[in-house]
Write a protein that binds this ligand. Structure first.
Ligand code: FES
Length: 106
């Protein structure tokens, strides 16, 4: 995939440890979450309903809990971990360069 698909998602220090933040990239709502020194990017919308995972809760086990029906996804893989979720979450490649977060879409 070409370098053109990487999008600048802002400063890395704007993603606090154990929290989730949202950003708009190429017309898409993307969620960014940090687990320790690592950051992860995934679709900001729950696969079960119209709930923004940016309003969700990052759990100590590395999952994010949807604020609407408490479905949980693995932040690293996007895997749906429990009911009522039936579809996994799309995740995106992420890199940090010169203190900025870059997310690859496409
Ligand atoms: S909308 Fe997320 S679990 Fe139902």
């Amino acid at each position: 995939m070409s370098e053109a698909h990487w999008h600048d998602a802002g400063p890395a220090d704007a993603v606090p440890d154990g929290e989730v933040v949202g950003c708009q990239l190429a017309g898409r709502q993307i969620a960014l979450a940090r687990l320790g020194s690592e950051c992860f990017a995934f679709d900001a919308w729950c696969t079960h309903g119209q709930a923004a995972l940016t309003d969700g809760f990052v759990e100590a086990d590395g999952s994010i809990e949807c604020p609407l029906h408490q479905g949980r996804f693995d932040i690293r893989s996007g895997k749906a971990l429990c009911e009522p979720l039936e579809q996994h979450l799309q995740t995106f490649a992420l890199k940090i360069e010169d203190g900025r977060v870059w997310v690859r879409l496409g």
